[in-house]
Design a protein around this ligand. Structure first.
Ligand code: GLC
Ligand code: GLC
Length: 814
C-alpha cells in the first residue's frame, strides 16, 4: 500500500494522504539554518546546533506523534469553523490533501469548505531564515471572509534545558513586538547575542506571544482559543511559554487568490551593538530589518526559491544515470544524493528519531558520511575533514563525537572506539580521489584542538595507522576497545546496572577482546594510505603500510577464519564470537562484508565461501540481518547487542548501513546479479508498495529494518540520519554502476545485472563532464573502453590534458 507517489520530473515525493504511518519528513536548509518538516507541517528549526540553538519547540514521543510545528489555521468568518490546510493539528477531513517534499522545500496544503490553501516552506540559500509562502484561493461562488492565523512556539534555545529546567524557564521568556514583527529574545539581556523573529508580509489584525493567551487553558494546538474566537489577543509573554502568532484577515472575492508570507529567522548582533538605543534593553534591529523587508516581498521570495532549485539542479547534475530500473534512477539521481546532504549536515543529530540533544557529530559517522557527499561540495568536505582531524587525539585515537558549535571533542563519551581512526583515512582518501587536492595533506591540524600540537594532516593519518598496531591482542588482531563499528558489541563493558551507559562503561582492561572487523578495516585503510604515501613519493611509508596490511591479512586468515566465514571477534575470555562453535550469534555480517570488501580471501576462495554463507544465513526478503541466530537473552560479556529483543537494531536487525558492504563485496567477486538483488531489497523506492509494512519514508533509507526474528519483520525505523545513505550511494554508484573516482582519474568498472542491456551516466569529475555509455555484448564484466571514439587500454580515464571540458566514453561489457 502506498501513501503517495514519486514525481521524478519535479524531484518530489507527493504524499496524498496525511495519515502516513509515521511523520514523513523533509529537511529545510542545507548550510547553517535548518528545520525538519513533516508532511503535516510538524517539526522545528535550529541554527547550526539542534541542541544549543533551537528556535522552536518540538515534543518528541508525544501523542499524537509529531506535535508542534509551523501551523497555519484558516477560519470561516461566517460559520466560525477553523481548520489547518496541513491537516495537523486540527485533523479536518480536507479534500485534495497533498504534501510535496522536494529538494530543500515542501509544499503542503488542501481544500476545505471551498477554500484552497497551500504553503511552500523553504530556507533561502545563504540566509538564516525560513520562508512560508501561503497561497489561499477562494473556490466558492461567493465572497469569503477568512481570518488566517500562523503560529509557532519558541524554544528557549538550549533544547535540553528547555525540556527540563522549568523552575527557571517559566520566568525568563521575553519578547518584543515592533512594527508587526515578533522578536523572541529570551536571555538576550544577559549572555546571548542572538534572537529569533517571526514576521508577516501583510498588515496584521492581531498577534499573540503568550501561549496561554493563544491556546487558552487546557487546550492544545488543535483548537487554540484565540483562533476559535476569531481574534488574537495581542498578548505579551513574560516568562511561561513565549510563542509567535499572527492574524491576517483576508476578504476574498469568488475565485480570488492571495499570498501571505511568513518569515521565521535567526539573527546575531555584535556584542557591543546588541541594544538600541545603547544602554536600553531593546534589541538593535538595524541589521535584521533589511533582511526581513527583503524576503517579505513575494518577488524576492520567488527568486530565492528559483535559486534554491538551480542550486539543487547543479548539485544533483554532478552524477545522473539512466538505467533500466526506475528505483535505481530515482535514488541515484535524486533521493540518495539528497539524503547524503542531510547526513553530512546533521550527522546523527536531528530527525524524527534523533532528538537533536543526544549526540553531536560522530567521528566514525561523519567520516563515512563524507563518502557519499564529497562530490557535491568538496570545499565543505575539506573543512569537515580538518574539523574532524582536529578532534583526533595524540595517540591516534579519536573523540567518538564532537559538538558542531564548539568543534570540541565530547568528553562525556570520550574515546576508545578502536575503529574510529581508520574512518579518517577513508574520508581523506575519498576527498583526494574526488578532487586531486593533495594540498590538504599539508594542512596543519592540531591534536585534541590543542594549540601548539599542529601537525600536517598526513601525520594524523599515519597516527591512525599506528594506533591499531600499538593495540593488538593475543592473536595479533586489533583490540576492540569500547566497540568497533557495532556500537553495541561492548566486549569490555560487563554492565549489570540499569541505566549504566554501554558506550562509556569499561569494566575490563581491554587487553583481550579483539575485532576481526577492525582487522578488515585496517587492511583496507592501510592500503589506501599506502596509495596516498606512494603518490607523495614517501615510499618507505607506503611499503610499511602494505607490509602491515599483508601481515594483518595473514592473521585474519589464520585466526579470523571459521571454516566457512570470517569470525566476528574474540571476547574478553578469548572465546570466539561469530563462529559455528557459538550457540547464538554464529555468523555476522560486518566482518564478512568488510573483509571481502578489503580484498581478503579473493585469491583463495575464502571470499566466495564467506559470501555464500552470508547469503544462506543472513539474507532475508527485507535485507541482510546483522547476525544469526539472534541473541535471545542478555549476555553480560557481549553488552548492548544482547540487550535488544531479537530482530531489532544490532541484535539481528537488518542494519541497512552494513548491507552495502556486502553488495560491494559481491561486486569484487564479479557477482552483479547478487549485488543488485541486495541493493533492491533495501532500496526505499523499491519498498514503496509495502509502505504499510515499511512505515518509514519511501524516499530515504532508514537505519534499521526489523529482522526476521522480530514480530514486526520488515518494519523500518530511524530513517534519514544513517551511514546507510553514503554507503548505498557508494555501492550503487561506484561499485555496481562502477563509476568510481580514483587518484588518477575516473574508473569505469560496472558490475551490473546480466539482464541489463546497458546504461548511460553523466559524471562531472574535476571540472570535466564525462558522458558514459555502457553496452552489454556478453554476460561478463570484462570491459573495453573507447574515449571519444578511440579505443584505449585499461579503464581509468584521467581528465584530458588538453583542457577539454567534456569526454565521451563508451564501455562495452563482455
Ligand atoms: C549507529 C551509530 C554508528 C554505529 C551504528 C552501529 O548508526 O551512529 O556509529 O556504527 O549505529 O552500531
Ligand atoms: C545505541 C544504538 C546504536 C547507536 C548508539 C549510539 O547503542 O543501538 O545503534 O550507534 O546508541 O550511541
Amino acid at each position: 500500500m502506498k501513501f503517495g507517489y514519486f514525481d521524478d520530473r519535479n524531484r518530489e515525493y507527493v504524499i496524498t494522504r496525511p495519515d502516513t504511518p509515521l511523520p514523513w519528513i523533509n529537511y529545510l536548509g542545507c548550510q547553517e539554518y535548518f528545520g525538519i518538516l513533516s508532511n503535516n507541517a510538524g517539526g522545528y528549526s535550529f541554527y547550526r546546533d539542534a541542541r544549543l540553538r533551537r528556535l522552536t519547540r518540538y515534543r518528541y514521543n508525544n501523542a499524537p506523534l509529531d506535535c508542534s510545528g509551523r501551523y497555519i489555521y484558516l477560519r470561516d468568518g461566517d460559520s466560525g469553523k477553523f481548520w489547518s490546510p496541513s491537516w495537523q493539528p486540527t485533523r479536518h477531513d480536507a479534500e485534495d490533501y497533498s504534501c510535496r517534499h522536494g529538494m530543500g522545500y515542501s509544499i503542503i496544503g488542501s481544500t476545505f469548505a471551498g477554500i484552497e490553501a497551500h504553503t511552500r516552506y523553504f530556507v533561502p540559500l545563504d540566509e538564516n531564515l525560513e520562508i512560508w509562502q501561503l497561497t489561499v484561493t477562494n473556490r466558492r461562488a461567493a465572497r469569503a471572509r477568512i481570518p488566517v492565523f500562523a503560529g509557532i512556539e519558541f524554544c528557549l534555545w538550549d533544547a535540553q534545558d528547555d525540556a527540563t529546567n522549568f523552575q527557571r524557564n517559566y520566568n525568563i521568556g521575553e519578547v518584543e513586538v515592533v512594527d508587526g514583527v515578533i522578536y523572541h529574545k529570551t536571555e538576550y539581556r544577559e549572555r546571548r547575542n542572538h534572537f529569533a523573529f517571526f514576521a508577516c508580509s501583510e498588515p496584521t489584525s492581531g498577534f499573540d506571544t503568550a501561549r496561554d493567551a493563544f491556546l487558552g487553558p487546557y487546550r492544545g494546538w488543535d483548537s487554540p482559543a484565540a483562533v476559535a474566537a476569531g481574534q488574537l489577543t495581542n498578548s505579551i509573554a513574560h516568562g511561561w511559554a513565549p510563542i509567535g502568532a499572527h492574524q491576517v484577515n483576508l476578504d476574498l472575492a469568488a475565485g480570488e487568490t492571495r499570498q501571505i508570507i511568513f518569515l521565521l529567522g535567526y539573527q546575531e548582533n555584535a556584542n557591543d551593538r546588541k541594544f538600541s538605543p545603547p544602554g536600553s534593553q531593546t534589541i538593535n534591529k538595524e541589521s535584521v530589518r533589511p533582511v526581513i523587508a527583503k524576503y517579505l516581498s513575494a518577488k524576492e521570495a520567488d527568486a530565492a526559491f528559483d535559486r534554491l532549485r538551480e542550486h539543487w539542479d547543479k548539485l544533483l547534475g554532478i552524477f545522473q544515470v539512466n538505467t533500466p530500473d526506475a528505483h535505481t534512477n530515482r535514488m541515484v539521481n535524486i533521493w540518495n544524493a539528497y539524503q547524503c546532504m542531510a547526513t553530512f549536515n546533521m550527522s546523527r543529530s536531528a530527525s524524527s528519531f534523533e532528538s537533536g540533544i543526544g549526540r553531536g557529530l560522530g567521528f566514525r559517522d561523519s567520516n563515512q558520511d563524507l563518502l557519499g557527499f564529497v562530490h557535491m561540495v568538496p570545499v565543505r568536505a575539506r573543512q569537515r575533514i580538518l574539523d574532524l582531524a582536529s578532534t583526533q587525539l595524540a595517540t591516534g585515537g579519536a573523540y567518538h563525537q564532537y559538538q558542531p558549535l564548539t568543534k570540541r571533542g565530547n568528553n562525556d563519551i570520550g574515546s576508545g572506539f578502536n575503529d574510529d581512526p581508520h574512518w579518517l583515512i577513508l574520508g581523506v582518501a575519498a576527498y583526494l580521489k574526488e578532487t586531486g587536492d593533495w594540498s590538504i595533506l599539508d594542512e596543519p591540524v592540531p591534536y585534541d584542538n590543542q594549540p601548539g600540537s599542529e601537525a600536517p594532516l598526513y601525520d594524523h593519518l599515519q597516527r591512525s595507522f599506528r594506533y591499531t598496531l600499538e593495540r593488538l591482542g593475543p592473536h595479533r588482531l586489533p583490540l576492540i576497545g569500547r566497540a568497533d563499528w557495532n556500537d553495541c558489541l561492548n566486549l569490555n563493558c560487563f554492565s549489570n546496572t540499569p541505566g549504566m551507559s554501554f558506550q562509556t562503561t569499561t569494566n575490563q582492561d581491554g587487553k583481550v577482546a579483539e575485532s576481526v572487523f577492525i582487522a578488515g578495516l585496517f587492511v583496507h585503510a592501510s592500503r589506501e594510505l599506502a596509495a596516498i604515501a606512494s603518490h607523495l613519493g614517501r615510499s618507505s611509508d607506503a611499503s610499511r603500510c602494505l607490509a602491515e596490511a599483508e601481515k594483518m591479512e595473514q592473521t585474519v586468515k589464520e585466526h579470523g577464519w571459521d571454516g566457512e566465514w570470517f569470525l566476528r571477534a574474540y571476547d574478553h575470555f578469548g572465546h570466539k564470537i561469530g563462529s559455528k562453535e557459538c550457540d547464538e550469534g554464529r555468523i555476522f555480517i560486518e566482518s564478512n562484508g568488510f573483509c571481502v570488501l578489503a580484498g581478503i580471501g579473493l585469491d583463495d576462495g575464502r571470499a566466495a565461501t564467506a559470501l555464500a554463507a552470508v547469503r544462506e544465513h543472513l539474507a532475508t526478503k527485507h535485507g541482510l540481518v546483522v547476525h544469526q541466530p539472534a541473541y535471545t537473552r542478555y549476555y553480560l560479556h557481549l553488552g548492548e547487542i544482547s540487550s535488544y529483543p531479537p530482530g531489532y537494531k544490532e541484535n539481528a536487525g537488518i542494519f541497512c548501513h552494513v548491507n552495502p558492504w556486502v553488495m560491494i563485496a559481491e561486486t569484487r567477486l564479479g557477482h552483479g546479479d547478487q549485488a543488485y538483488d541486495y541493493y533492491l531489497r533495501i532500496n526505499p523506492s523499491a519498498r514503496e508498495e509495502i509502505s504499510e509494512v515499511h512505515r518509514c519514508e519511501p524516499y530515504v533509507y532508514a537505519q534499521m529494518i526489523a529482522g526476521k526474528d522480530a514480530p514486526a519483520f520488515g518494519e523500518a525505523k530511524n530513517s534519514w540520519l544513517t551511514g546507510t545513505a553514503a554507503w548505498n550511494y557508494c555501492a550503487i554508484a561506484q561499485w555496481i554502476l562502477g563509476v568510481r573516482p580514483t587518484y588518477d582519474g575516473l574508473e569505469i568498472a560496472p558490475v551490473v545485472p546480466v539482464s541489463w542491456p546497458g546504461f548511460t551516466a553523466t559524471r562531472v569529475f574535476r571540472g570535466v563532464v564525462y558522458k558514459i555509455a555502457v553496452e552489454r555484448k556478453g554476460a561478463g564484466n570484462r570491459i573495453a573502453l573507447t574515449i571519444d571514439g578511440v579505443p584505449v587500454k585499461g579503464n581509468v580515464v584521467p581528465p584530458p590534458k588538453d583542457g577539454r571540458k567534456e569526454v565521451s566514453i563508451t564501455a562495452v561489457l563482455n
